[in-house]
Design a protein around this ligand. Structure first.
Ligand SMILES: [Zn+2]
Ligand SMILES: [Zn+2]
Length: 271
């Protein structure tokens, strides 16, 4: 993570157009078949002499040196690698705050808090627990936060949707002969240690005690490691988790997260 001094150094190198990051977002990248993130055309590309050819070196008077753009292009590549393995659903990829239309007081409050988290990260104490009826933008808002944090900080972020598929995949790691046999610990380690984790559709899994236990262990692990976590859920945690594990799950969620309700009309039609 960047220290204060490093942040200030970065500020002096890059311009205000790219918010002193050297990177700008390309909102129409899909339509024109370009990259979602590009080096700043004002303060980086103007000094680039390699034409964007990897590995971004230039030759001058017989000596080879790094092009001015190299550090930024390498950072963009790193961000893209992290982003593509983050697990964010295609439908929600590369979306930013302007994609989230707050159509209720609750939604606009949640958006403000989310924006605040993104601006202050890593100096934030709590994650988020967003709950409400389906289709109110919980998944979209958590994907936006994750996207922003990965782009701004190039940190490891993971998005998991708690579903049949998720548990089937995890279960397969215990089956001898399956391609993923023996990788359960690896997967668990990744989820427990990601700098940012979104757990989408966290709920009361009544189907099997193992599933329930797996989720609660993940909450415990994130809590103990003091890792930034965002949950989305269709249920009010105050009610749904009050009696589970003697109230331990609820008390951990409360300590780890700001709990926000996000209810309203169905949002997904607009996507
Ligand atoms: Zn710039
Ligand atoms: Zn260059």
């Amino acid at each position: 993570m960047l220290t204060k001094t490093q942040k200030n150094d970065t500020k002096s190198i890059f311009c205000s157009y790219c918010e002193h990051t050297g990177i700008v977002r390309n909102p129409h990248f899909e339509e024109i078949g370009e990259e979602p993130l590009v080096p700043c055309p004002r303060c980086v590309l103007t000094k680039c002499q390699c034409g964007g050819q990897p590995p971004y070196y230039i030759e001058k008077d017989g000596t080879i040196s790094e092009c001015y753009c190299r550090e930024i292009r390498m950072k963009i590549n790193r961000i893209k690698t992290i982003y593509l393995r983050s697990g964010i659903d295609r439908k929600y990829q590369w979306r930013f705050f302007n994609s989230f239309e707050a159509n209720s007081k609750l939604a606009s409050n949640a958006k403000n808090i989310a924006y605040d988290i993104v601006s202050k990260f890593p100096d934030v104490r709590k994650g988020l627990f967003l709950w409400g009826n389906p289709g109110t933008g919980k998944t979209l808002l958590s994907s936006i936060i994750l996207t922003e944090l990965i782009i701004r900080h190039a940190i490891e972020g993971r998005f998991i949707k708690i579903s049949r598929t998720f548990f089937n995949k995890l279960r397969a790691t215990f089956a001898e002969g399956s391609a993923t046999y023996g990788t359960a610990q690896e997967i668990e380690y990744e989820l427990e240690n990601a700098d940012v984790l979104v757990v989408d559709d966290f709920g009361v899994q009544r189907d099997s005690p193992w599933e329930q236990e797996t989720l609660y262990n993940l909450v415990d692990a994130r809590y103990e490691a003091e890792k930034f976590t965002i949950f989305t859920s269709n249920v009010d945690p105050h009610r749904a988790f009050a009696d589970i594990a003697g109230g331990r799950v609820l008390s951990r969620i409360k300590e780890m997260c700001t709990i926000l309700e996000l209810s309203g009309p169905d949002y997904r039609e607009k996507l």
